[in-house]
Every structure is written in C-alpha cells, then in structure tokens.
Design a protein around this ligand. Structure first.
Ligand SMILES: [Zn+2]
Length: 228
C-alpha cells in the first residue's frame, strides 16, 4: 500500500478575508494541513498540491456571462455529445473572477508553500494545475467536467505505485469532492478528511457527505482514522 496526500486549492482567492471567492473559515485548516507534511508522523509516498489556474476570461466567471456571481448556468457539452437524443448538459454556478494566472489570488498560501518546499527531495512532490483551458470548468484536479482533458495527476500517481489517496482542502463541496470521486473512478482507494476541508455551502454538508459515499469515497472525520 502506498499513500498520497492531495491538498486541494489552498489559494488566496479561496481564503478570507480578501479572497474574491473566500470560503468561510478557510484559513483555519491551513495550520493542521501543514502538520500533515511531517513525514516522521505520516508515511506519504508523495504529496501533491493543486492550483486552480484560470485565464482572465475563463468560462466559469459570472463576468463572462453578464450575470451575478453564483447564478446557476446550464453548460452544453463542447463537442455536442448527446444522450437519449439530447445534448449533454452540466448545470453549475458561475463564480466571481478568481485564481487568474499569475495574480496574488492564484497563489497558494505562503505558510503551506514554505513547509511544502522544506520537504526537499525526501519524497516526490508536485503542484498540479487545473482550469487553464478557457472553454471549460474543472472542479476536479483529474479532469474537466466533461472528462475530455486529463491533467498529469493520474499518470503521476500510477507511476509512483500509489494505491490510496487522501484529500484535504477547499472546497469540500466542489473541487475536493469532484477530485476525490474522479480519483475513485480512476481505480484508487479515495478518502477525504472532512475536518481538514471547508465548504462553500456548509449548510449542505450532510448532502455532500452522501455524494461522497454514494461514489465510493470514504469520509474520515480526522486523519487519525486513516490507517497507513
Ligand atoms: Zn475555478
């Protein structure tokens, strides 16, 4: 068994108080997540950080559609793929402009990066970017929502012989969730540590928990429940 830790989107735009899409209490999880980088306590084979990385005119921005942020929009499959004669659609909110490439808002929290860099070459580590193709939303760090474009993460985990992947970060109900489900679908054992995540809509966490478990992702309350 080989375990990977994936830290999702600890980026300034998702963090209070100034992030354009700040997730409530998002900074509270940074210090405990940094503690997970202690290799004398946790037997990770690799640690991966993900980074939402959008062009300035990304399709997920409300500003591109002339609607207020958080409006739900129905997107049509870019290749016109159909199911039962109907074009496949994906309905999702559009967001305030966020994580625009090379802006401060797209940068990963400095305290985390400092700790991450201190790992030197003790284990393989990498930063996986997503969301850089302008014409499609990516919540998952594995694929865009249409499952047409894959990032490098799956090949990287496979190359390292990883069997089990533990997710933490932001947001529990969007990017962490879609990443953990795609991870399970890619054939890995997939876990999420709920206490080390924050949600855009925490009121829906019970429903979100079900979305994980229905797709075969194990929800852990604390990392202590994870057996290396
Ligand atoms: Zn985004």
């Amino acid at each position: 068994m080989k375990s990977a830790l994936v830290v999702v989107d600890l980026q300034e735009d998702f963090l209070p108080s100034d992030g354009s899409l700040a997730v409530k209490e998002g900074r509270d999880i940074i210090s405990p997540i940094c503690d997970l980088l202690d290799l004398s306590k946790y037997n990770w084979s690799t640690i991966i950080a993900t980074q939402d990385w959008h062009p300035h005119d990304h399709i997920s921005f409300a500003s591109q559609h002339g609607v207020p942020p958080f409006t739900e929009i129905e997107f049509k499959h870019p290749l016109g793929h159909k199911q039962d004669g109907e074009t496949i659609t994906f309905t999702t909110p559009v967001w305030p402009d966020h994580c625009v490439q090379n802006t401060f808002g797209s940068s990963i929290d400095a305290s985390f990066i400092a700790k991450f860099n201190q790992l030197d070459d003790q284990i393989p580590k990498s930063i996986i970017r997503k969301g850089y193709l302008k014409d499609r939303e990516y919540y998952s760090c594995f694929k865009d929502i249409w499952k047409l474009h894959k990032t490098e993460i799956e090949d990287e985990l496979t190359k390292l012989g990883v069997t089990d992947v533990v997710f933490v970060g932001i947001a529990y109900d969007f990017c962490v969730m879609h990443s953990a489900i795609d991870c399970k679908n890619a054939g890995f054992n997939s876990y999420v540590v709920k206490s080390l995540c924050k949600s855009v809509v925490p009121e829906n966490d019970d429903k979100t928990d079900l979305s994980y478990t229905e797709k075969g992702v194990k929800v852990l309350q604390s990392v202590d429940e994870y057996k290396f």
